[in-house]
Design a protein around this ligand. Structure first.
Ligand code: SAH
Ligand code: SF4
Length: 464
């Protein structure tokens, strides 16, 4: 969500006449688009700002803006803590950035704009996308849940849903620009439709994506196990361009902890959804988010999480140490877990998760996989001359290419046989086919000729 907001910020700044900074030249503007979901994101911002004090002293015309969740949370504190900041803008004020910068310049005074709720859906703003072939598409913003550890609802507000027609129009426009992969974005995509009263809106949207000619890959994040309904599994299974991949946050495997987190499902329901997904899509890769060390988490609770990880066989588990967020209920709970205990559980869980991820990748060895070549993803290994990309189920593969043929470009699709597997990537040494695509053609053109915005955003992203 944060990265997608950065694309909007970059698009608006470009429309206002800004150009991307060139390496080695001091930029006129630095924008920090911040995250506040865990504590280390806070620490990073203030550390970065202090590094900029001498830079700004040497370049008095330089402007620094801070937006996103941390700006929404800290508001005036940012200006007090860091006098180098010229503009502070909240999560609902993305559209105001160019005007606030202009005002700060003219009035020679720091500007702050924080609204409590969304007026305009950010998707109406121009975007400067990082990739020619893949795009994020927001289907909702905000969240109506009240998970006790989570700062998101306080900073992003109540859920607002975009209408399906508007979403599909954006997707069609993206495909016309050469995009072949989209990721639908929402804090709880299974709640999509709550605002306009259609409980099956998300599965209908997935099926409608299946009707868009030229759209090859559809993904989404994040579903909520409490609201996950069977029609979504069915839509995933019957819609060929919806990828056999599911990122479904678990958070904890313990029923007691799930209750304390105010997550509305329990272990059996979570595993039940996985069983149904695997029955409908045997090749689906499932990934998750887990928090360890939530207040009151006992060794037994932790072992329940371990149990689910072993049962579910995630192809990747993103594990986080519980981070108390001031203003959330969990931050006030008794029995906060000492850091050393959190760290120990984290390491044990990661070890088991990585072993399973590795075993799951090993099962792919010998299979022919289809890889959508990515831009700059994976390792930079000049000697092996491989291209990197993702399979339909989102595994990272480095593919050896034929040195006598034109090199596959970002957005092209190759098929190859997997020859090696590590926990987080695979290598495919036998190239079977290369399909050159419109996105690949576009990747070779300068952005102004291609007619779309490409390249790294002007924005420096300060995320978790
Ligand atoms: N809406 C999504 C998650 C958004 S936040 C959902 O409900 O699943 C992304 C991830 O950050 C969460 O899945 C959670 O694992 C992690 N997270 C959120 N708050 C956290 C906290 N206080 N401490 C540690 N991890 C946290
Ligand atoms: Fe946060 Fe829970 Fe909403 Fe996800 S569902 S954004 S974790 S409150």
């Amino acid at each position: 969500m944060n990265v997608h907001d950065s694309e909007r910020l970059a698009g608006m700044l470009e429309e206002a006449g800004y150009v991307p900074f060139v390496q080695g030249v001091t930029p006129d503007l630095i924008v920090f688009n911040t995250c506040a979901v865990r504590e280390n994101a806070d620490n990073k911002l203030y550390g970065n700002l202090s590094h900029l004090v001498p830079v700004k002293a040497k370049n008095p015309g330089m402007q620094i803006a801070v937006g996103g969740c941390l700006a929404q949370k800290d508001q005036h504190t940012i200006l007090k803590k860091s006098p180098v900041v010229d503009v502070v803008f909240g999560t609902h004020n993305i559209g105001s950035l160019p005007v606030l910068l202009e005002r700060a310049r003219i009035e020679q005074e720091a500007q702050i704009e924080i609204m409590e709720s969304l007026v305009e859906f950010p998707s109406v703003l121009p975007a400067k996308r990082e990739s020619a072939y893949a795009a994020w598409v927001s289907i909702s913003v905000g969240c109506n849940n009240t998970c006790t550890y989570c700062i998101v609802p306080a900073l992003r507000g109540k859920e607002r849903d975009r209408r399906p027609g508007e979403i599909l129009a954006e997707i069609e426009a993206l495909v016309a620009q050469g995009v072949s992969e989209i990721t639908l974005l929402g804090q709880n995509v299974n709640a999509y439709g709550v605002e306009f009263g259609d409980r099956e809106a998300f599965s209908k949207l997935l099926k409608a994506c299946g009707e868009v000619p030229g759209l090859e890959r559809v993904r989404f994040t994040s579903p909520h196990p409490g609201e996950f309904t069977d029609d979504v599994i069915e839509a995933m299974a019957v819609t060929p361009n919806v990828m056999p991949q599911l990122h479904m946050p678990l958070q904890s495997g313990s029923n007691e902890i799930l209750r304390a987190m105010r997550r509305s499902y329990r272990q059996d329901r979570y595993l039940g959804i996985i069983a149904k997904v695997r029955a409908a899509m045997p090749d689906a890769a499932i990934t998750t988010d887990i928090i360890v060390g939530f207040p009151g988490e006992t060794e037994e609770d932790f072992l329940q999480t371990m149990h689910v990880v072993k049962e579910a066989r995630f192809s990747m588990a993103y594990t986080f140490l519980y981070s108390p967020r001031p203003g959330t209920e969990a931050a006030e709970m008794p029995d906060q877990i000492p850091h050393a205990v959190k760290q120990d559980r984290y390491e044990r869980l990661v070890a088991v998760g990585n072993q399973i991820a590795w075993e799951e990748n090993l099962k792919q060895v010998g299979k022919i996989v289809e890889v959508l070549v990515a831009q700059g993803e994976g390792r930079k290994d000049g000697d092996t001359d491989r291209v990197s990309g993702r399979t339909p189920d989102f595994r990272l593969v480095h593919v050896t290419v034929d040195p006598n043929q034109p090199r596959p470009r970002p957005g092209d699709v190759v098929t190859a046989e997997v020859s090696f597997a590590a926990p987080f990537h695979m290598v495919a040494d036998r190239l079977v086919s290369v399909r050159r695509t419109k996105a690949g053609d576009l990747s070779e053109l300068p952005p102004e000729v291609a007619g779309i915005s490409l390249g790294m955003p002007t924005i420096r992203v300060g995320t978790a």
